[in-house]
Design a protein around this ligand. Sequence first.
Ligand SMILES: CC(C)(COP(=O)(O)OP(=O)(O)OC[C@H]1O[C@@H](n2cnc3c(N)ncnc32)[C@H](O)[C@@H]1OP(=O)(O)O)[C@@H](O)C(=O)NCCC(=O)NCCS
Length: 225
Amino acid sequence: MITRLKNEIAIVKERDPAIHSAAEVFLYPSFKAMINYRIAHRLYEKKHYFLARFISQRSARKTGIEIHPGAKIGKGFFIDHGTGVVIGETTEIGDNVTLYQGVTLGGTGKESGKRHPTVCDNVMISAGAKVLGSFTIGEGSKIGAGSVVLEEVPPHSTVVGVPGHVVKREDVSMPRETLDQTDLPDPVQEDITMLKRENTELTDRLLTLEEEIRHLKKQLEKKED
Ligand SMILES: CC(C)(COP(=O)(O)OP(=O)(O)OC[C@H]1O[C@@H](n2cnc3c(N)ncnc32)[C@H](O)[C@@H]1OP(=O)(O)O)[C@@H](O)C(=O)NCCC(=O)NCCS
Protein backbone atom coordinates (compact mmCIF):
# COMPACT_ATOMS: atom_id res chain seq x y z
CA MET A 1 0.00 0.00 0.00
CA ILE A 2 2.82 2.42 0.94
CA THR A 3 4.56 1.62 -2.36
CA ARG A 4 1.30 2.27 -4.24
CA LEU A 5 0.90 5.64 -2.51
CA LYS A 6 4.50 6.56 -3.29
CA ASN A 7 3.96 5.61 -6.93
CA GLU A 8 0.78 7.68 -7.21
CA ILE A 9 2.56 10.70 -5.62
CA ALA A 10 5.49 10.31 -8.03
CA ILE A 11 3.13 10.20 -11.03
CA VAL A 12 1.35 13.44 -10.08
CA LYS A 13 4.66 15.21 -9.35
CA GLU A 14 6.12 14.06 -12.66
CA ARG A 15 3.10 14.92 -14.85
CA ASP A 16 1.86 18.27 -13.42
CA PRO A 17 4.22 21.24 -13.87
CA ALA A 18 2.02 23.32 -11.52
CA ILE A 19 2.90 21.29 -8.41
CA HIS A 20 5.34 22.72 -5.82
CA SER A 21 5.50 20.13 -3.03
CA ALA A 22 4.71 16.44 -2.46
CA ALA A 23 2.10 17.42 0.16
CA GLU A 24 0.00 19.14 -2.52
CA VAL A 25 -0.55 15.75 -4.13
CA PHE A 26 -3.01 14.87 -1.34
CA LEU A 27 -5.23 17.75 -2.52
CA TYR A 28 -5.49 16.36 -6.06
CA PRO A 29 -8.84 14.78 -7.01
CA SER A 30 -6.95 12.48 -9.38
CA PHE A 31 -4.83 11.14 -6.52
CA LYS A 32 -7.90 10.43 -4.36
CA ALA A 33 -9.80 8.93 -7.29
CA MET A 34 -6.95 6.57 -8.13
CA ILE A 35 -6.50 5.36 -4.55
CA ASN A 36 -10.26 4.69 -4.37
CA TYR A 37 -10.25 3.04 -7.79
CA ARG A 38 -7.43 0.63 -6.87
CA ILE A 39 -9.39 -0.48 -3.77
CA ALA A 40 -12.72 -0.70 -5.65
CA HIS A 41 -11.13 -2.64 -8.52
CA ARG A 42 -9.74 -5.28 -6.13
CA LEU A 43 -13.19 -5.69 -4.58
CA TYR A 44 -14.73 -5.93 -8.07
CA GLU A 45 -12.27 -8.66 -9.05
CA LYS A 46 -13.29 -10.56 -5.93
CA LYS A 47 -16.93 -10.15 -7.04
CA HIS A 48 -17.84 -7.78 -4.17
CA TYR A 49 -19.73 -5.70 -6.72
CA PHE A 50 -21.92 -3.68 -4.36
CA LEU A 51 -19.03 -2.59 -2.13
CA ALA A 52 -16.89 -1.83 -5.18
CA ARG A 53 -19.63 0.40 -6.66
CA PHE A 54 -20.25 1.99 -3.27
CA ILE A 55 -16.61 3.11 -3.07
CA SER A 56 -16.45 4.28 -6.70
CA GLN A 57 -19.71 6.26 -6.51
CA ARG A 58 -18.66 7.91 -3.26
CA SER A 59 -15.34 8.78 -4.87
CA ALA A 60 -17.15 10.20 -7.94
CA ARG A 61 -19.23 12.49 -5.71
CA LYS A 62 -16.12 13.75 -3.90
CA THR A 63 -13.73 14.09 -6.85
CA GLY A 64 -15.89 14.55 -9.97
CA ILE A 65 -14.04 11.59 -11.48
CA GLU A 66 -16.18 8.51 -12.12
CA ILE A 67 -14.16 5.36 -12.74
CA HIS A 68 -16.13 2.13 -12.94
CA PRO A 69 -14.42 -0.45 -10.70
CA GLY A 70 -14.51 -2.95 -13.58
CA ALA A 71 -12.21 -0.78 -15.74
CA LYS A 72 -8.63 -2.03 -16.09
CA ILE A 73 -5.98 0.66 -15.62
CA GLY A 74 -2.20 0.22 -15.93
CA LYS A 75 0.70 1.93 -14.20
CA GLY A 76 1.49 5.63 -14.38
CA PHE A 77 -2.11 6.76 -15.00
CA PHE A 78 -2.74 10.47 -14.44
CA ILE A 79 -5.87 12.61 -14.68
CA ASP A 80 -5.12 16.35 -14.68
CA HIS A 81 -7.79 18.53 -12.98
CA GLY A 82 -10.28 15.68 -13.22
CA THR A 83 -13.73 17.23 -13.10
CA GLY A 84 -16.20 15.48 -15.37
CA VAL A 85 -14.07 12.44 -16.24
CA VAL A 86 -16.07 9.25 -16.84
CA ILE A 87 -14.44 5.85 -17.45
CA GLY A 88 -16.74 2.95 -18.36
CA GLU A 89 -16.80 -0.61 -17.06
CA THR A 90 -15.06 -2.40 -19.95
CA THR A 91 -12.42 0.27 -20.59
CA GLU A 92 -8.83 -0.98 -20.70
CA ILE A 93 -6.02 1.52 -20.16
CA GLY A 94 -2.32 0.75 -20.66
CA ASP A 95 0.67 2.32 -18.90
CA ASN A 96 1.53 6.03 -18.61
CA VAL A 97 -1.75 7.33 -19.99
CA THR A 98 -2.80 10.94 -19.28
CA LEU A 99 -6.37 12.29 -19.32
CA TYR A 100 -7.57 15.83 -18.80
CA GLN A 101 -10.82 17.12 -17.36
CA GLY A 102 -14.07 16.35 -19.12
CA VAL A 103 -12.87 13.18 -20.86
CA THR A 104 -15.37 10.36 -21.41
CA LEU A 105 -14.20 6.84 -22.21
CA GLY A 106 -17.65 5.51 -22.86
CA GLY A 107 -19.94 3.40 -24.99
CA THR A 108 -22.21 4.34 -27.88
CA GLY A 109 -25.17 2.50 -26.38
CA LYS A 110 -25.22 0.22 -29.45
CA GLU A 111 -22.75 -2.44 -28.27
CA SER A 112 -22.96 -5.13 -25.63
CA GLY A 113 -20.14 -6.97 -23.82
CA LYS A 114 -16.96 -4.98 -24.45
CA ARG A 115 -18.49 -1.54 -24.98
CA HIS A 116 -15.72 0.88 -24.04
CA PRO A 117 -12.37 1.80 -25.58
CA THR A 118 -8.97 0.19 -25.16
CA VAL A 119 -6.34 2.88 -24.65
CA CYS A 120 -2.75 1.74 -25.28
CA ASP A 121 0.44 2.90 -23.52
CA ASN A 122 1.54 6.55 -23.52
CA VAL A 123 -1.70 7.98 -24.93
CA MET A 124 -2.82 11.52 -24.06
CA ILE A 125 -6.53 12.40 -24.19
CA SER A 126 -7.11 16.15 -24.01
CA ALA A 127 -9.74 18.18 -22.21
CA GLY A 128 -13.35 17.43 -23.11
CA ALA A 129 -12.60 14.63 -25.60
CA LYS A 130 -15.17 11.84 -25.92
CA VAL A 131 -13.96 8.41 -26.99
CA LEU A 132 -17.00 6.23 -27.61
CA GLY A 133 -16.97 2.55 -28.55
CA SER A 134 -14.98 -0.64 -28.13
CA PHE A 135 -12.11 0.20 -30.52
CA THR A 136 -8.42 0.81 -29.72
CA ILE A 137 -6.47 4.04 -29.40
CA GLY A 138 -2.99 3.07 -30.60
CA GLU A 139 0.15 3.53 -28.51
CA GLY A 140 1.56 7.05 -28.18
CA SER A 141 -1.42 8.77 -29.81
CA LYS A 142 -2.85 12.17 -28.87
CA ILE A 143 -6.53 13.01 -28.89
CA GLY A 144 -7.20 16.75 -29.29
CA ALA A 145 -9.32 18.82 -26.93
CA GLY A 146 -13.05 18.59 -27.68
CA SER A 147 -12.74 15.70 -30.16
CA VAL A 148 -15.36 12.99 -30.50
CA VAL A 149 -13.55 9.79 -31.47
CA LEU A 150 -15.73 7.01 -32.88
CA GLU A 151 -13.25 4.69 -34.57
CA GLU A 152 -9.86 3.00 -34.19
CA VAL A 153 -6.82 5.29 -33.96
CA PRO A 154 -3.50 3.98 -35.35
CA PRO A 155 -0.41 4.22 -33.07
CA HIS A 156 1.44 7.55 -32.86
CA SER A 157 -1.39 9.56 -34.41
CA THR A 158 -2.95 12.91 -33.52
CA VAL A 159 -6.73 12.98 -33.82
CA VAL A 160 -8.83 16.16 -33.71
CA GLY A 161 -12.37 17.26 -34.55
CA VAL A 162 -15.93 16.01 -34.49
CA PRO A 163 -16.02 13.28 -35.60
CA GLY A 164 -12.34 12.76 -34.85
CA HIS A 165 -9.96 12.33 -37.79
CA VAL A 166 -6.21 11.72 -37.96
CA VAL A 167 -4.29 14.93 -38.75
CA LYS A 168 -0.79 13.63 -37.95
CA ARG A 169 0.89 10.23 -37.97
CA GLU A 170 4.44 9.53 -36.73
CA ASP A 171 4.74 13.36 -36.36
CA VAL A 172 4.02 13.93 -40.07
CA SER A 173 0.97 16.02 -41.05
CA MET A 174 -1.61 14.17 -43.13
CA PRO A 175 -2.58 15.70 -46.51
CA ARG A 176 -5.64 17.91 -46.24
CA GLU A 177 -8.97 16.91 -47.69
CA THR A 178 -9.17 19.45 -50.57
CA LEU A 179 -12.27 18.14 -52.34
CA ASP A 180 -14.66 21.01 -53.01
CA GLN A 181 -17.98 19.66 -51.77
CA THR A 182 -20.02 22.45 -53.42
CA ASP A 183 -18.63 22.50 -56.99
CA LEU A 184 -18.07 18.78 -57.50
CA PRO A 185 -16.69 17.74 -60.95
CA ASP A 186 -19.34 16.49 -63.43
CA PRO A 187 -17.77 13.78 -65.68
CA VAL A 188 -20.80 13.63 -68.06
CA GLN A 189 -20.70 17.40 -68.63
CA GLU A 190 -16.91 17.17 -69.16
CA ASP A 191 -17.43 14.45 -71.86
CA ILE A 192 -20.12 16.53 -73.62
CA THR A 193 -17.85 19.61 -73.66
CA MET A 194 -15.00 17.52 -75.14
CA LEU A 195 -17.31 16.05 -77.86
CA LYS A 196 -18.59 19.54 -78.76
CA ARG A 197 -15.00 20.78 -79.14
CA GLU A 198 -14.06 17.78 -81.35
CA ASN A 199 -17.22 18.31 -83.44
CA THR A 200 -16.34 21.99 -84.03
CA GLU A 201 -12.78 21.03 -85.06
CA LEU A 202 -14.08 18.38 -87.51
CA THR A 203 -16.62 20.79 -89.03
CA ASP A 204 -13.87 23.40 -89.53
CA ARG A 205 -11.64 20.78 -91.17
CA LEU A 206 -14.48 19.63 -93.47
CA LEU A 207 -15.21 23.21 -94.54
CA THR A 208 -11.51 23.75 -95.32
CA LEU A 209 -11.38 20.53 -97.40
CA GLU A 210 -14.54 21.50 -99.32
CA GLU A 211 -13.02 24.89 -100.06
CA GLU A 212 -9.79 23.23 -101.28
CA ILE A 213 -11.77 20.83 -103.55
CA ARG A 214 -13.78 23.73 -105.02
CA HIS A 215 -10.53 25.58 -105.69
CA LEU A 216 -8.92 22.51 -107.38
CA LYS A 217 -12.05 21.96 -109.52
CA LYS A 218 -11.90 25.59 -110.73
CA GLN A 219 -8.21 25.18 -111.68
CA LEU A 220 -8.96 21.94 -113.59
CA GLU A 221 -11.84 23.62 -115.49
CA LYS A 222 -9.52 26.51 -116.46
CA LYS A 223 -6.83 24.08 -117.77
CA GLU A 224 -9.39 22.17 -119.87
CA ASP A 225 -10.60 25.44 -121.44
C1 LIG B 1 -4.01 17.76 -30.19
C2 LIG B 1 -2.92 18.41 -29.36
C3 LIG B 1 -2.54 17.50 -28.22
C4 LIG B 1 -1.70 18.73 -30.25
O1 LIG B 1 -1.14 17.58 -30.81
P1 LIG B 1 0.02 17.69 -31.90
O2 LIG B 1 0.33 16.32 -32.38
O3 LIG B 1 1.16 18.48 -31.34
O4 LIG B 1 -0.70 18.47 -33.08
P2 LIG B 1 -0.48 19.95 -33.67
O5 LIG B 1 -0.46 20.97 -32.57
O6 LIG B 1 0.70 19.92 -34.59
O7 LIG B 1 -1.81 20.15 -34.50
C5 LIG B 1 -2.06 19.45 -35.70
C6 LIG B 1 -3.24 20.14 -36.40
O8 LIG B 1 -4.44 19.91 -35.63
C7 LIG B 1 -5.03 21.16 -35.25
N1 LIG B 1 -5.53 21.00 -33.88
C8 LIG B 1 -4.80 20.80 -32.78
N2 LIG B 1 -5.60 20.62 -31.71
C9 LIG B 1 -6.87 20.73 -32.16
C10 LIG B 1 -8.14 20.63 -31.55
N3 LIG B 1 -8.24 20.37 -30.24
N4 LIG B 1 -9.24 20.75 -32.30
C11 LIG B 1 -9.13 21.00 -33.65
N5 LIG B 1 -7.94 21.10 -34.31
C12 LIG B 1 -6.83 20.97 -33.56
C13 LIG B 1 -3.91 22.17 -35.34
O9 LIG B 1 -4.39 23.46 -35.56
C14 LIG B 1 -3.11 21.63 -36.50
O10 LIG B 1 -3.75 22.01 -37.70
P3 LIG B 1 -2.89 22.52 -38.97
O11 LIG B 1 -2.12 21.31 -39.43
O12 LIG B 1 -3.93 22.95 -39.94
O13 LIG B 1 -2.01 23.61 -38.47
C15 LIG B 1 -3.36 19.78 -28.78
O14 LIG B 1 -3.68 20.68 -29.81
C16 LIG B 1 -4.51 19.74 -27.80
O15 LIG B 1 -5.67 19.56 -28.14
N6 LIG B 1 -4.11 19.97 -26.52
C17 LIG B 1 -5.04 20.09 -25.47
C18 LIG B 1 -4.37 19.72 -24.15
C19 LIG B 1 -5.34 19.95 -23.03
O16 LIG B 1 -6.35 19.28 -22.92
N7 LIG B 1 -5.03 20.92 -22.19
C20 LIG B 1 -5.88 21.26 -21.11
C21 LIG B 1 -5.02 21.76 -19.98
S1 LIG B 1 -6.02 22.33 -18.67
